[in-house]
Design a protein around this ligand. Structure first.
Ligand code: NAD
Length: 371
């Protein structure tokens, strides 16, 4: 276990949780709290082995540090995994026990919904700890983050178009959106308001037809859309859509969408650069949802959350400038942006000990929310 932890980055703390009475086996990984409390969702998954779960939580928590840092948020990176089949193994007692463990970390780690967990599960966790975000609006939470992820993605598409084509407007820019789920459907609506030319695809044929009628969008095949003729390809469904099978067929000028893990492997980022296709690193362009929960920690306002997501535009412009200056991939440039902030703010904190605002000041607000 310790070898695996050493191999996957310099985590501050890794907590193993076992409660046999409620069938709970979980791991919380706190990667870095330089900028603030470690925030990241709780994933419930039927991992084949405990090692597999550990590697996943270590990798995902490190990713959260980079995501928050590049987004300009005062949050650190963390993540939790619950080992078990989310379809059959969930109970109220399990999530409340998990909430009690999260509480014992006193705000060092803040959890949220993720793959395999739901808002309902977050409600159980909230019964035991205030250190959970993305709780329903009726409890003072921010509810579904997807419209904010979509709005941030729109801002990211604008920044990408500005950098690549030099224009401020999306009017008549052809955007191909793969996936009309929570993020994609909101994005299509925003793109329509901007006057973009839209192509859409989803495996749900009925939904595609409905959106095509409503927004005058062109329907594409769910697989074919990846290599279709367009200005911007916006992946909003699955991960790994840029892979060995698709990359040579790409006809877009830009890849900018909300999906996680769009590149099958980092080398595909290098290939996009070679081909002259501008890639908006996924974790930078889809940070709108994280910005939304950050606003929830401060005391929620939908208007402030929406304004906050416009920062995705500036963040991506910075990424593109670094990539150009250093002649590196945009993904590598995003990592540079995140690491710079961690070094700069970490250094400032050391220098001005005690005189800077505490990175954990948001926690006071969280504990004020009503159960
Ligand atoms: P979702 O499950 O609501 O939507 C996914 C959509 O993709 C569904 O409509 C599904 O039918 C469709 N789909 C599945 N396979 C497809 C295929 N082969 N071709 C075309 N469409 C296909 O998910 P979501 O919340 O909209 O998230 C979409 C992506 O964005 C995911 O990768 C997710 O990790 C990422 N993301 C979401 C958020 C958020 O706030 N929801 C935040 C950050 C990142």
């Amino acid at each position: 276990m310790f070898e695996i932890i050493d191999k996957h980055g310099e985590h501050e703390e890794v907590v193993f949780i076992r409660n046999k009475d409620v069938g709970l086996k979980a791991i919380i990984a706190i990667h870095n709290t330089t900028l603030g409390p470690a925030l990241g969702g709780t994933r419930m998954w039927d991992y084949k082995s405990d090692e597999e779960a550990l590697v996943d939580v270590l990798r995902l928590s490190k990713g959260m540090t980079y995501k928050a840092a590049a987004a300009g948020l005062n949050l650190g990176g963390g993540k939790a995994v619950i080992i078990g089949d989310p379809k059959t193994k969930k109970t109220e007692a399990m999530f409340r026990a998990f909430g009690a463990y999260v509480n014992s970390l006193q705000g060092l780690y803040i959890t949220a919904e993720d793959v395999g967990t739901t808002v309902r599960d977050m409600e159980y966790i909230f019964m035991e700890t205030p250190y959970v975000t993305g709780i329903p609006k009726e409890f003072g939470g921010s509810g579904d983050p997807s419209p904010y992820t979509a709005h941030g993605t729109l801002m990211g598409i604008k920044a990408t178009v500005k950098h690549k084509l030099g224009t401020d407007s999306l009017k008549d820019v052809h955007v191909a959106v793969q996936g009309l789920g929570n993020v994609g459907s909101n994005l299509v609506e925003f793109l329509h308001q901007e006057g973009a030319k839209i192509s859409i695809a989803d495996i749900d044929k009925e939904k595609v037809k409905r959106y095509a009628d409503q927004y005058g969008a062109d329907i594409k095949d769910p697989v074919g859309i990846v290599t279709s003729e367009c200005d911007v390809f916006a992946p909003c469904a699955l991960g790994a859509v840029i892979n060995d099978q698709t990359i040579e067929g790409l006809k877009c000028k830009m890849v900018a969408g909300g999906a996680n893990n769009q590149l099958a492997e980092p080398r595909h980022g290098g290939a996009l650069k070679e081909m002259g296709i501008l890639y908006a690193p996924d974790y930078v362009i889809n940070a709108g949802g994280l910005m939304n929960v950050f606003v929830e920690l401060e005391g929620y306002s939908a208007e402030r959350a929406k304004t906050k997501t416009t920062q995705v535009y500036d963040n991506l412009i910075k990424v593109y400038e670094i990539a150009k200056d250093q002649d590196i991939t945009t993904e590598a440039a995003a990592n540079v942006l995140a690491e710079r902030r961690l070094t700069d703010i970490g250094g400032l904190r050391q220098h001005h000990q005690g005189r800077m605002s505490r990175p954990f000041s948001t926690l006071k607000e969280m504990t004020n929310r009503q159960k």
